[in-house]
Design a binder for this molecule. Structure first.
Ligand SMILES: [Fe+2]
Length: 253
């Protein structure tokens, strides 16, 4: 049933990164999302420094067309929009980030992943200096945060939106991540929950057991907030910015 949920983090596109392998798998993932109540997916393939942003974006659009055509009438009304999971670490400067970062759809918001190992604070300070509006991907999975979940507050203090993977709450990434995820969610600092699904088996588990767990942990109003309202406002199009083309992409302020 369509609940208007918006998934801002997924590897639903086939043959782009370590996500879906075929167009058929992408369509099955999209169907599973629709059944679970989603109506929009941002396709967020891994985007690394030095990537050709224009080439990645056109590949994304081509794959989105392929999936939409293959799904046909089955999934009318379901949208897949282009985005990326942009990698960033403290060795990169602000100019480099704005050279390759890809926003979510037509918004001025970037989904960003930092290194899993090591102190998070250095990377956060560098990212903050970029002046870009960022959502930190799967905040609960960084080793530093797993060890001390209070470090999630550093991301918040730096002014970033925080995204958690639904699968973390059911132990997909191990017991320690699950424990940290539960504590951070309970602290009320998570803005957005997303799937980060890479294949159909992953999708099936996250969208059944994972969503069930979310609904057991959060009151209905909060579920709607982290799965629909916050993702919608974070990835909202700017009225003065008609579409994401290479020339339109934001520069460092
Ligand atoms: Fe991801």
């Amino acid at each position: 049933m369509n609940k208007g949920y918006i998934d801002i983090h997924s590897h639903i596109l086939y043959d782009v990164d370590d996500g879906a392998g075929t167009v058929e798998e992408s369509v099955r993932m999209m169907k599973a999302l629709a059944v679970a109540g989603f109506s929009v997916s941002f396709a967020t393939p891994h985007n690394m420094p030095g990537n050709d942003r224009g080439a990645l974006l056109s590949r994304c659009r081509e794959r989105i067309r392929g999936i939409t055509e293959k799904a046909g009438d089955m999934l009318t009304g379901y949208s897949i929009l282009p985005g990326a999971e942009n990698y960033f670490d403290a060795t990169l400067d602000r100019g480099e980030a704005s050279d390759y970062f890809i926003p979510l759809g037509d918004s001025d918001t970037f989904l960003v992943e930092i290194p899993f190992i090591g102190e998070v604070s250095l990377h956060l300070s560098a990212l903050r200096r970029s002046g870009l509006r960022c959502i930190i991907a799967h905040v609960e999975r960084y080793a530093d945060v797993v060890q001390d979940p209070n470090k999630a507050y550093l991301f918040k203090q730096a002014g970033f939106l925080l995204q958690m993977n639904i699968g973390s709450l059911i132990g997909i990434y191990g017991f320690d991540v699950m424990k940290a995820a539960g504590r951070i969610l309970n602290a009320g600092i998570i803005d957005i929950l997303a799937t980060d699904i890479h294949d159909i088996a992953h999708a099936d588990v996250v969208l059944s057991k994972g969503l069930e767990r979310v609904k057991a942990l959060l009151p209905p109003r909060q579920v709607t907030k982290v799965l629909r309202d916050m993702p919608a406002s974070a990835a909202h199009s700017r009225p003065d910015k008609p579409r994401t083309e290479e020339a339109d992409l934001p520069r460092v302020r």
